[in-house]
Design a protein. Structure first.
Length: 114
């Protein structure tokens, strides 16, 4: 009986510790770049990436190699949800320059400095 009570107590405490941990969003978004693209201070090769936000940084992970690139980001919250993930930018010579990314299914927009 004492053994069962101890196991139950341990299980309950473990569950409490797991549920009380930090709640950080791990949602990631898929993005494809058709040519060399500059995001903030980093330059990314053409290809498929996932992007997720960690604090004041956006982390781009190249799908093919799993290589990660981190760049500072400013997050803005809009009034309505974006239907799709959309990249807004300009072209400077042969390089696309990302100014902002609207995250589909959320009200969040990521803004990148130069």
């Amino acid at each position: 009986m004492k053994k069962m009570l101890a196991v139950s107590c341990f299980a309950l405490c473990s569950l409490f510790v797991l549920s009380a941990g930090p709640k950080q969003s791990t949602k990631s978004y898929e993005i494809s770049f058709s040519s060399t693209t500059k995001v903030g201070s980093i330059q990314l090769k053409a290809g498929d990436y996932t992007v997720k936000v960690n604090g004041d940084n956006a982390i781009f992970t190249q799908t093919e190699s799993a290589k990660q690139f981190t760049v500072p980001v400013k997050m803005e919250t809009g009034d309505k949800k974006y239907d799709d993930t959309h990249v807004n930018g300009t072209k400077e010579g042969d390089v696309q320059v990302v100014n902002e990314i609207e995250l589909g299914g959320s009200k969040t927009k990521l803004e990148f400095g130069k």
